[in-house]
Design a protein around this ligand. Structure first.
Ligand code: PGA
Length: 271
């Protein structure tokens, strides 16, 4: 059985003191849980502090983004080795908020903020490779926009994104990494993908991986669902056979809701 993961993506939230407080509260309540993987992904500036608080607990540290070069004149970027040096084991790669247009203030917010920072299928692939080479486990995000879903292109889009992200990786590398299916229209909107539909698309992702390699990476790799995961809907999502956990934004910003997600997932998997 695949061990589930609840990963908190804090995005651009929490000052250093707020980050300290949140990490302490989470570590106190769920730090010793061993049958659910827990990852906190604070902003870069809080990684060290959060890492020192969760050190010795079962909670692991992740970055929210990474650049693919080791060092050099890349203003504002952070390398895989830097993330490792601060205690990260994971890094989110290709989140929908990081894909797409470069730095353009988003005039049309009807779908929420997404596709702001220029990541492409190609850069996601290169970042994933660089992360793996440094010993990090990438959490590779994929997911369709509302328009793409309405046009009936959901499966096509996730298949394309996943195939491109995994291009050139070995089956062994793919077994170790994590994919997060995050329909863009469900991120930060309060609108969750139906349990069975999230399960279906994640099945499509698993099939895509199986076709690209052999069945091994597909059956053992963890695939998470992300997009308005909350204490109220987590049980139904975690009961789905293909869903191995959640990548959580909003509900990871409060210790109580994040811990409830962990505890509910634990209860579902213990049955
Ligand atoms: P959300 O964000 O839980 O706030 O919808 C999820 C994500 O973007 O990873």
């Amino acid at each position: 059985m695949r061990k589930p993961i609840i990963a908190g993506n804090w995005k651009m939230n929490k000052t250093l003191s707020e980050a300290r407080e949140l990490a302490q509260a989470v570590a106190e309540r769920v730090g010793s849980v061993s049958d659910v993987g827990m990852i906190l992904c604070p902003p870069f500036v809080a990684l060290e502090v959060v890492g020192s608080i969760i050190d010795g607990s079962n909670i692991e540290l992740g970055g929210q983004n990474v650049y693919w070069r080791e060092s050099g004149a890349y203003t504002g970027e952070v390398s895989p080795t830097m993330l490792v040096s601060v205690g990260c084991r994971y890094v989110i790669v290709g989140h929908s908020e990081r894909r797409g247009r470069f730095g353009v203030p988003e005039p049309d917010m009807t779908e929420g903020l997404h596709r702001l920072f220029g990541d492409s299928d190609e850069s996601v692939n290169v970042k994933a490779k660089a992360a793996l080479a440094a010993g990090l486990i990438p959490i590779i995000c994929c997911g369709e926009t509302l328009q793409e879903r309405q046009a009936g292109d959901t499966d096509l889009i996730v298949r394309e994104q996943v195939s491109a992200a995994l291009e050139g990786l070995s089956a062994e590398q793919v077994t170790s990494l994590v994919i997060a299916y995050e329909p863009v229209w469900a991120i930060g909107t309060g609108e969750t993908c139906q349990d069975d539909e999230a399960n279906r698309v994640i099945g499509v992702i698993r099939l895509t991986v199986a076709e690209l390699f052999d069945t091994d990476p597909a059956t053992s790799m963890r695939i998470l669902y992300g997009g308005s995961v909350k204490p109220e809907n987590v049980k139904g999502l975690m009961e789905q056979l293909e869903i191995d956990g959640g990548l959580v934004g909003g509900a990871s910003l409060e210790a109580d809701s994040f811990c409830q997600l962990v505890e509910t997932t634990q209860a579902v998997y213990q049955r």
